[in-house]
Design a protein around this ligand. Structure first.
Ligand code: NDP
Ligand code: HSE
Length: 452
C-alpha cells in the first residue's frame, strides 16, 4: 500500500451533481489517489438542511451547514450549490484562503467571472469549471488548452438540453410548445416552479458568455449577450421548417465580427434559428448538447454528449478535481485565464446573418415588386421567394402562412422570403418597414438561418 499524502476536499452542495460527485469520490478513492499521487479525503459536505432526504446514500456525519469552516479546512473546494449568492462569497473565501476551486456554476461565472479569476490569480489558486458549460462534454479544456495555439473563429452550440428537448418534441412528435414543456417538466428537465432560465435563454446566454470569453481571450459580460428564448416558436413554424428542409434549434453563437464601420470585435448571442437538416447540429436530439467549433487551422470540430444530468456532470467535475489535485502534487502555475485580446463586444446589429421572413400579403398586382423594393432599399439581397395563395378551396395550403397560428384570410398570399447574408441591423430594419407596409397584412414569422 502506497502511503500518499492526503488532500482535503470540501463539497458545497449535495443535489443532483454534488451527491454524485461525493459518491464517486468515496467509491473510487483508491483509484483517484493512484492517478493523482495523493489521497483525496472528502472532509465535509455543506448543505442547507442536513436532515433533508437524499437519493444517494452518503455518510450523515459528513453533512454540515457551516460552509465557511468547511471551506477554510480544505485544499480543494467544489462548489455545486448553484445561484450567485452565497456561492460567490464562498468561492471568494476559498480562493483567497489559497484553495483551488471547482465549480459548475455558469450563472456565477457569467456574472462574476473576472472578479473570481482575479482573486485566484492574486494568490496563485486555480478556478476550474468544465461542468459549467454543456455538462459532461469536454469543451472548456479543449478551448483553453487544446486549441490555445489556434484561432477560433466561430462557435455554434446547442448548450441547453431542456430547450433542445422541447424543440425536438415539437419537430418529431408534433407537440406544441405548451405540451412539450409539460413533458420536459414531467421528466425533470425543466424546473417546475420556474422554467424561464431555460426557455427564455438565460442559461444558454450565461454559457455563451463563458465560451466567447474563453475562445476570444476577451471579457464578455453577460449583459452584452443578445438573448432570445424559444417561447415565440410555434408548432406551425416547426412544421414549415421541416417542409423547407430545416430544423429549429436554440443556438448559442459566439464569433469574431467586423461591423459596418470596420471595427473588429466579438459577438455572443442566443436565439432560435433554422438549421439545415444536413448540418451536424440538426442531428442533436432530445436533451443532448453539442458544440460546433470552427478554428482557422483545425477546421470544423464537433463536441457532443450529455449536457446535463447529475452523474454525467459529475464526470466533468471529477476531471477538474484530478487536475487540481495533480497541481498540488507536482506544482506548477496551472493555466491562467487570459483576456489579453480585449476585443470589443459588438451589438447584435453588427452581426452578418440571413433571415427567413414569412409574410401574409394582399394578393394584388404589384405587391411582390413593392415588397422586393423594401429589401432593396435596405441593401438586403433576396435569395429565395415562395408564394402560396390562400383560397376558399385550399384553406390550409400553406403551413408557413399560418406560422403564427392565426387564420389566413382569402385574397391574401403567403410569401416566404429567404435572404442572402446581410447585417442584422439592415435585416431588422427591413422587417420593421415591412410591418408598416400597406400590402403586408402581417409578418407571421422571422427566423435567422444559421449553419449554411
Ligand atoms: P441542486 O439544486 O440539485 O442542488 C443544490 C445543492 O446545494 C443542494 O444540496 C442544496 O442543499 C445546496 N445548497 C443550495 N444553497 C445552499 C446554501 N446557501 N448553503 C449550503 N448549501 C446550499 O443543484 P444541481 O446539483 O442540479 O446543480 C449544482 C450546480 O451545477 C449548479 O450551478 C448547476 O447550474 C450546475 N450544473 C448542473 C447540471 C445538472 O444537470 N443538474 C449540469 C451542469 C451544471 P439542500 O440539499 O440542503 O437543499
Ligand atoms: N438546465 C440546463 C439544461 C442544465 O437544460 O441544459 C444545466 O446547465
Amino acid at each position: 500500500m502506497i502511503d500518499y499524502r492526503t488532500l482535503k476536499v470540501a463539497l458545497l452542495g449535495a443535489g443532483s451533481v454534488g451527491s454524485n460527485v461525493a459518491k464517486l469520490l468515496l467509491d473510487h478513492g483508491d483509484e483517484l489517489a493512484a492517478r493523482v499521487g495523493a489521497g483525496l479525503e472528502l472532509v465535509g459536505i455543506a448543505v442547507r438542511d442536513v436532515d433533508a432526504p437524499r437519493r444517494t446514500d452518503l455518510p450523515r456525519e459528513l453533512f454540515t451547514t457551516d460552509a465557511r469552516s468547511l471551506i477554510l479546512s480544505a485544499d480543494i473546494v467544489i462548489e455545486l450549490m448553484g445561484g450567485v449568492d452565497p456561492a460567490r462569497e464562498y468561492v471568494l473565501l476559498a480562493l483567497t484562503s489559497g484553495a483551488d476551486v471547482i465549480t459548475g456554476n455558469k450563472a456565477l461565472l457569467a456574472e462574476h467571472g473576472p472578479e473570481l479569476f482575479a482573486a485566484a490569480e492574486q494568490v496563485g489558486a486555480q478556478l476550474y469549471y468544465e461542468a459549467a458549460v454543456a455538462g459532461a462534454i469536454p469543451i472548456i479544456r479543449p478551448l483553453r488548452d487544446s486549441l490555445a495555439g489556434d484561432r477560433v473563429e466561430r462557435i455554434l452550440g446547442i448548450v441547453n438540453g431542456t430547450t433542445n428537448f422541447i424543440l425536438d418534441r415539437m419537430d418529431t412528435a408534433g407537440d406544441d410548445m405548451e405540451s412539450a414543456l409539460e413533458v420536459a417538466t414531467e421528466l425533470g428537465y425543466a424546473e417546475r416552479s420556474d422554467p424561464s432560465a431555460d426557455i427564455e435563454g438565460y442559461d444558454a446566454a450565461a454559457k455563451a458568455a463563458i465560451l466567447a470569453g474563453l475562445a476570444f481571450h476577451t471579457t464578455v459580460p453577460l449583459e452584452s449577450v443578445h438573448r432570445e428564448g424559444i417561447t415565440s416558436v410555434t408548432a406551425q413554424q416547426v412544421e414549415a421548417a421541416r417542409a423547407g428542409g430545416y430544423v429549429i434549434k436554440l443556438l448559442a453563437i459566439c464569433e469574431r465580427v467586423t461591423d459596418e464601420g470596420g471595427t473588429e470585435g466579438v459577438s455572443a448571442r442566443v436565439y432560435p434559428a433554422l438549421v439545415p437538416r444536413e448540418h451536424p447540429l440538426a442531428a442533436v436530439r432530445g436533451v443532448h448538447n453539442a458544440v460546433f467549433v470552427q478554428a482557422a487551422a483545425a477546421g470544423d470540430l464537433m463536441f457532443y454528449g450529455a449536457g446535463a444530468g447529475g452523474l454525467q456532470t459529475a464526470s466533468a467535475v471529477l476531471g477538474d478535481v484530478v487536475s487540481a489535485a495533480r497541481r498540488h502534487v507536482v506544482g506548477g502555475p496551472g493555466v491562467a485565464e487570459s483576456t489579453h485580446a480585449d476585443l470589443p463586444v459588438l451589438d447584435v446589429g453588427a452581426v452578418r446573418t440571413r433571415y427567413q421572413i414569412t409574410l401574409l400579403v394582399t394578393d394584388a398586382p404589384g405587391v411582390l415588386s413593392r415588397i422586393a423594393a423594401v429589401f432593396a432599399r435596405h441593401d438586403v439581397s433576396v435569395e429565395t421567394v415562395t408564394q402560396t395563395v390562400a383560397s376558399a378551396r385550399v384553406p390550409s395550403a400553406a403551413p408557413a402562412g399560418s406560422a403564427d397560428g392565426r387564420e389566413v384570410p382569402a385574397g391574401t398570399a403567403t410569401l416566404v422570403i429567404g435572404t442572402h447574408v446581410a447585417f442584422e441591423s439592415a435585416l431588422a430594419a427591413t422587417v420593421e418597414t415591412l410591418r408598416a407596409s400597406e400590402e403586408v397584412v402581417r409578418v407571421t414569422a422571422v427566423l435567422r438561418v444559421e449553419g449554411v
